[in-house]
Design a protein around this ligand. Structure first.
Ligand SMILES: NC(=O)c1ccc[n+]([C@@H]2O[C@H](COP(=O)([O-])OP(=O)(O)OC[C@H]3O[C@@H](n4cnc5c(N)ncnc54)[C@H](OP(=O)(O)O)[C@@H]3O)[C@@H](O)[C@H]2O)c1
Length: 158
């Protein structure tokens, strides 16, 4: 099973603030939708609950939440290990890891992420949530400039 993390950050690994997504970048949203539609998205509980109600669950995707407290009507797993075991049992090919900080960090720390679709934003932001550095484990396979930064594809070093 391939696990691809999809995230947006600035050059100092800041991904946002406590109150949620601090920006609205239509090109980034479009890319997120194109990549994940039809697939499986896995996220932490707060990320799921922070989705606007009309986008919850994210449409046309199998939504999976990692939480100790199951959410009604949602496929939930109480640990990352259990999630991985269940996906492997189903012989799932690919999942999209959509956040947020603690979930990204745990998957990266355990070497579970195979690829990253990174939106690297120009400029520096005054946010308070960052991910731990993960790029030393990956190499770049593609990069595309857009109006507010770069879209970068990364693959885990072999
Ligand atoms: N900038 C971006 O790219 C981006 C992307 C996605 C989301 N966001 C924003 O992120 C915010 C939420 O972030 P967050 O870091 O607080 O939350 P989060 O990672 O979505 O959720 C954290 C929760 O997930 C559960 N969890 C995490 N690790 C677990 C584990 N190993 N086993 C079982 N459960 C585990 C716990 O839930 P329980 O306490 O229920 O057990 C924990 O409280 C939202 O406001 C959202 O808008 C930003």
């Amino acid at each position: 099973m391939k696990i691809t993390a999809i995230l947006a950050m600035d050059s100092s690994l800041l991904i946002g603030s406590k109150n949620g997504l601090p920006w609205h970048i239509p090109e980034d949203m479009k890319r997120f939708k194109e990549f994940t539609t039809g697939g499986i998205v896995v996220m932490g509980c707060n990320t799921y609950l922070s989705l606007p109600e009309r986008f919850r669950p994210l449409p046309h995707r199998r939504n999976i939440v990692i939480t100790h407290t199951p959410v009604d009507g949602v496929e939930c797993y109480s640990s990352i290990e259990l999630f991985i075991t269940m996906m492997q049992k189903e012989t799932v090919n690919q999942v999209w890891l959509i956040g947020w900080a603690s979930i990204y960090d745990q998957f990266f720390a355990h070497g579970l992420v195979d690829q990253v679709e990174l939106t690297l934003l120009d400029g520096e932001y005054e946010w308070d949530i960052r991910v731990s550095e993960f790029r030393f484990d990956f190499h770049e396979t593609a990069s595309l400039d857009f109006s507010q930064g770069k879209f970068i594809s990364l693959v885990k070093n072999s």
